[in-house]
Write a protein that binds this ligand. Structure first.
Ligand SMILES: [Zn+2]
Length: 88
């Protein structure tokens, strides 16, 4: 009986550890943490509203837009949009 209790306790302990580990891993994927007051890239001040709106924000608006554009060009995702803007 004592053995059965010990096993149950060990299993519960393992479940707790797995859940905690899962939460930690899920958290590490999200861009959380304190927002930066100044851009990581150009050191421009990041508006407080932006810091609040995007927890863990690291870039100012122009740098973020450039980053997004670079990412879009790299993946080829925004190719159609660029073509349309060239026609105007
Ligand atoms: Zn910047």
């Amino acid at each position: 009986m004592a053995t059965g209790w010990a096993q149950e306790g060990a299993v519960q302990e393992q479940i707790d550890a797995t859940v905690k580990d899962g939460i930690l891993r899920a958290k590490s994927r999200l861009p959380t943490g304190p927002s930066l007051t100044h851009c990581e890239n150009c050191n421009a001040a990041i508006p407080e509203a932006r810091q609040v709106a995007i927890p863990g924000v690291r870039l100012c608006v122009p740098c973020q837009e450039k980053e997004d554009k670079d990412a879009a060009v790299f993946s080829g995702y925004n190719r159609r949009g660029s073509k349309d803007s060239q026609l105007r």
